[in-house]
Design a protein. Structure first.
Length: 351
């Protein structure tokens, strides 16, 4: 004979189940602790990009507080940890504190050859990651790929060719830094935010929701002078940082005044797609990295620097002399050290 529940027992049981369900429910976005992001960079990640990132994150939840180490034109080495601790600028965002941080976004000077030959970007990136990981266990470090100045914003074909060639080599640099980083070798790897490739794709191909435009027109909408992002460009890049560091497409996010809803929607979708593709990119092969660098240094990278950077600064004669000098020294180095590569792991990290 089945037992009958005492009067009111069923109501009390249902109420108890309801309390358990409420206690197990996820914390609402506005009640969740804020994301804490540290940005080590220069003018390519300057405001308003960081302010936009905070507003985008707040609109989707949770809130975001950011701190930074900023110096225009600086290398990672110039923003390195000092005595085992990161330096924090007074110009950090509202609500920023001394940590702990869950995310580090770091970028380098935009000269790729300088990164592999003079600035020790591989070593400095590994050391910065290890410094932050030691003080902020589990921190996710992201390398924000910089882009070179445009040779001609009205006709960005040469810039697009440079960035297409540079993109895999920046990934090679990050991969090599992971082979040198203690934190990365323990499983906490540095990842890539493909900012330069995203800008190139927006300039080269009109995304859905944008009015059809020539590459030169798109470049003018996204690049203010010859390298720094416009207001729209900063918003597009902030969406990409949000998408990469959270793993979610920022659909329905906040957008600045003056950005049409269809444009905002297209950029949000684009950012999610670019970040998702970047997350699926395989690790580059060090031998292929070395081969790319060996060929493209004299065929593409230094000739572009001569036209875009050295000639405006020093004039045609001095720029050509610099180009020839670098090319000859590079070929001499490759002849004397045919097995040299900046992408090989250090001896203590080899199997």
């Amino acid at each position: 004979m089945a037992c009958r529940e005492r009067p009111g027992a069923r109501l009390r049981r249902l109420a108890a189940i309801g309390l358990i369900a409420v206690s197990a429910a996820p914390v609402r976005a506005e009640e969740a602790p804020p994301r804490r992001v540290f940005v080590s960079g220069h003018s390519l990640v300057d405001r308003p990009l960081l302010d936009d990132l905070a507003r985008i994150s707040a609109s989707l939840g949770p809130n975001l507080a950011w701190s930074r180490r900023h110096a225009s034109g600086s290398t990672i080495a110039q923003r390195a940890c000092r005595e085992g601790a990161p330096a924090i600028d007074e110009s950090s965002g509202p609500g920023a504190e001394a940590g702990p941080y869950d995310t580090l976004v770091v970028t380098e000077q935009h000269d790729l050859m300088g990164a592999v030959l003079w600035n020790d970007t591989i070593g400095e990136l590994a050391r910065l990651h290890d410094c932050f990981a030691a003080r902020n266990p589990g921190i996710a470090t992201w390398f924000y790929v910089p882009w070179i100045s445009l040779e001609d914003k009205r006709d960005p074909a040469s810039w697009l060719a440079y960035e297409r060639a540079a993109a895999p080599l920046w990934r090679c640099i990050v991969s090599a830094a992971n082979r040198r980083s203690d934190a990365a070798r323990a499983g906490n790897r540095i990842r890539v935010i493909p900012a330069a490739s995203a800008l190139a794709a927006l300039i080269e191909r009109t995304p859905p929701g944008w009015r059809a435009a020539e590459p030169g027109e798109a470049a003018a909408r996204l690049i203010e002078d010859d390298v720094h992002p416009t207001r729209l460009g900063a918003y597009a890049l902030a969406l990409l940082v949000e998408a990469a560091t959270t793993g979610r497409a920022p659909r329905g996010a906040w957008a600045p005044d003056g950005v049409a809803p269809d444009t905002a929607d297209a950029l949000q979708t684009f950012a999610g797609d670019v970040a998702a593709r970047a997350a699926r990119e395989p690790e580059p092969d060090p031998a292929d990295c070395a081969k790319r660098l060996r060929v493209q240094a004299t065929e593409l990278f230094w000739p572009y620097m001569e036209r875009t950077m050295w000639r405006p600064q020093a004039g045609s004669v001095e720029a050509r002399r610099t180009l020839w000098t670098k090319a000859l020294r590079w070929r001499w180095k490759m002849w004397r050290e045919p097995d040299w590569t900046p992408f090989a792991p250090p001896p203590e990290a080899r199997g």
